[in-house]
Ligand binder design. Structure first.
Ligand SMILES: Cc1ncc(COP(=O)(O)O)c(C=O)c1O
Length: 500
């Protein structure tokens, strides 16, 4: 990486030029994609960009080189069958849910699921029943409780499949082995969105992969944590509980009819790299990570998440490649920490939440990258020691709480609720609608989503009631400078609701 400082000022109006300037700068990527702009040997993209010509097979009807490539991926991961995804995990999640749950059926899913799971529910007109993981002491959503899965399956015989996000965007893993046993006792399929865990199988330092724990369908985004181009992902089939013909049909509906050979070549190359060098590269990576965590213990005010500070039932396991840096008692806001890392140290984080920032790391991160992050954190930590550390008013109070109530951080238990949908997502969206100001919408049924992006987990989904408490949370997220998205009114003033 060069010494050129990246300027966020509008230096050019053209995307390609802006990307090039960013890539030539000194800005270090603690964000996706997992290749970290340190490419494996890859041909000039134009030279290998083709369509389905003779000898190059057809992703939607693979019989030759693409069939063999997918078989190699299945072998590497130990799956019964693996499908290449060139429309990201999004396409895999849409297909998996569509194949596992009949139209108008019911799905049991973790509330902190990616929006593609909600979109699958919309497209297939499903009823959604949610599992809300409890928050950990650190203030992030914890693991899904196996006992809650068991209770829901006992109470609701209409459920056709269970969908769990593990790891979460924060790297929190659920006890998939126990959940799989419970789900299979009802002879139902378990789908695991392991989009953020495609690297798990290659080192024992990481949590056990859902594939080894008995999940029936597992979805991996290769681009998130491995050296692979954006949009590349895999869908693994691990049992006979899923109708593969239906699965293939949905894959061909949700994926483009012009699959990019560039993306497929990138997947093939990534699989070969993992096969040949995966274990060695992962052990170097985990050494760097362990060193980082060891040194981060000397931070006095900022706090790096460590699962040993949680109860096992709060956080069954954690992927240490997701480094979560909490503001602790530093007195600065997460937004300030994020901006300092970016503008003072040229370190681009993956995410800024209400009380922590996330550095997404991968085996492609350099020792220098880790050194720069540690150095920056130490300097920021030292600088807050010598300034007065009174918590700023950013520590949010939530609408509806008493004026003098103790100020609470915007932790996941505050942000995410477990709503009882008034009607399925698809039904709500298709009702006659009216547009109200957000302020006037209390008590109405939403036709729109509201989520923080990233990570894109809904605070509100269509079919759910707008409450005063929720509106207070949204207002607060906005005040903290978090990105509240989903409404068609991009100024977040108005919302479409079901007409009363
Ligand atoms: C938990 C989770 N699942 C699925 C996805 C979708 O993955 P993709 O971007 O590969 O479509 C995301 C994207 O951020 C995610 O965070």
């Amino acid at each position: 990486m060069s010494e050129i400082k990246y300027s966020w000022q509008e230096d050019t109006a053209f995307l390609d030029q802006k990307l090039l300037r960013y890539s030539q700068s000194n800005c270090y990527p603690f964000h996706m994609p997992g290749h970290k702009r340190a490419p494996l040997e890859f041909p000039n993209p134009y030279s290998i960009d083709i369509t389905e010509i003779d000898g190059f097979d057809n992703l939607h009807y693979p019989q030759g080189i693409l069939k063999d490539a997918q078989n190699r991926a299945a072998e590497l991961y130990g799956a019964q069958e693996t499908f290449y995804l060139i429309n990201g995990s999004t396409a895999g999640i849409l297909s998996a849910i569509s194949a596992a749950v009949p139209r108008l059926g019911t799905i049991l899913m973790s509330r902190n699921s990616h929006r593609s799971a909600y979109h699958a529910a919309f497209l297939r007109e499903l009823e959604t029943v949610y599992l809300l993981p409890a928050a950990t002491k650190f203030g992030i959503s914890g693991s899904v409780s196996p006992a809650h899965v068991a209770q829901a399956l006992e109470d609701l015989p209409q459920i056709s499949a269970v969908f769990i996000t593990s790891p979460t965007y924060d790297g929190v893993v659920s006890d998939i082995r126990t959940i799989a046993e419970i789900v299979h006792a009802y002879n139902l399929p378990l789908i695991v969105d392991e989009a953020h865990g495609a690297h798990f199988s290659f080192s024992e330092t990481f949590p056990e992969s859902a594939l080894d724990c008995g999940a029936d369908l597992v979805i991996h985004s290769l681009h998130k944590t491995l050296p692979c181009l954006t949009q590349t992902a895999l869908l693994h089939v691990n049992s006979d509980r899923i109708d593969k013909t239906a699965l293939k049909r949905f894959l061909s509906i949700y994926q483009t009819s012009s699959p990019s050979y560039l993306l497929m070549a990138s997947i093939e190359q990534c699989m070969r790299f993992l096969n040949e060098e995966g274990n060695t590269q992962m052990s170097e990576f985990t050494l760097k990570l362990n060193n980082f965590y060891q040194q981060a213990k000397s931070l006095k005010h900022l706090k790096v998440f460590d699962k040993s500070s949680c109860l096992a039932e709060e956080c069954f396991d954690h992927d240490i490649s997701k480094i979560l840096i909490s503001i602790g008692d530093s007195g600065i806001s997460a937004k300030k920490l994020y901006q300092k890392l970016l503008h003072n140290y040229q370190l681009q984080m993956e995410m800024c939440s209400g009380h922590y920032v996330t550095a997404l790391t991968s085996l492609m991160d350099s020792s220098d990258g880790f050194r720069r992050l540690l150095q920056a954190l130490k300097e920021i930590d030292d600088s807050v020691s010598i300034t007065q550390r009174t918590p700023k008013t950013e520590a949010p109070t939530i609408h509806g709480s008493k004026p003098n109530a103790k100020k609470r951080l915007l932790t996941s238990d505050v942000i995410y609720q477990n709503p009882k949908p008034q009607m399925p997502i698809s039904l709500a969206i298709e009702q006659p609608s009216e547009t109200l100001t957000l302020k006037a919408s209390t008590g109405h049924i939403s036709q729109e989503y509201i989520f923080l992006y990233p990570p894109g987990i809904p605070l509100l989904a269509p079919g759910e009631i707008l409450t005063g408490k929720l509106l207070g949370i949204i207002e607060h997220c906005q005040r903290l400078g978090l990105s509240v998205e989903g409404l068609s009114d991009m100024d977040n003033q108005c919302i479409q609701v079901v007409k009363q």
